[in-house]
Design a protein around this ligand. Sequence first.
Ligand code: 13P
Length: 251
Amino acid sequence: MKKPLIIANWKLNGNQYFVNIFLEKLCYKLKKKKYNISIAPSSIYLNKAIQKTKNSCIKICAQNVDINKFGAFTGDISAEMLKNMGVKYVLIGHSERRIYHKETNKEILKKFEIIKRNNLIPILCIGETLKEKINKKTKDICLNQINLIIKNLGIKAFKNSIIAYEPIWAIGSKIPIKIQEIQKVHNFIRSKIKLYNKKISKNIIIQYGGSVNHKNAKQILKQPDINGILIGNASLNFNNFIKIIKIIYNI
Ligand code: 13P
């Protein structure tokens, strides 16, 4: 089995001091280790994070990218810029961007395309709202969100790409997560991909995100269709984050 991919999504948190200290300590703890760990800091600290983690197993993930290659788009960052800097992964379609920045499917599709074209790895975030869950729409929503890519770019676009199932109701939430239910959704996503391409469905990393912490991480990653975790809150506390890594990698 592949090593699980653990990504810390720091969202709009941290400052220069936090990034420096956290990454110094993390690099020290993970010295000579070959784990699959990634940090997604605010874009303003991407370069610093890349420099700090240069000789470690830690890879850097961007939280967003623009749909345009270049031009008069004040404040935006292109996929080429991320690639040149040394970024490996890019999050797209995170519910916080879909909600607060009104990101549309059309934009998400363009981002996916431009990320692939620049040989970066997209992490496509998908998932349903609480209302959709209650109305038993989880599978429909997830299917629509992955079909956006399959129907427009073809199943091959998912080769070397990542899907993150992040139910919106579970993000930063007190609603308890039922791990068996999450596994079922992951299995559903994989089975839909399998209809197009067995190899891609077997190899694709499907991460879970939404209130992951040191208490539930191990159980989540024991599930056969969950290959990684995307952590928000619990990744901001160094001791908690290290606890999660230790539990998963048995150190
Ligand atoms: P929390 O771990 O804070 O629920 O956030 C999950 C998330 O949105 C990761 O992208």
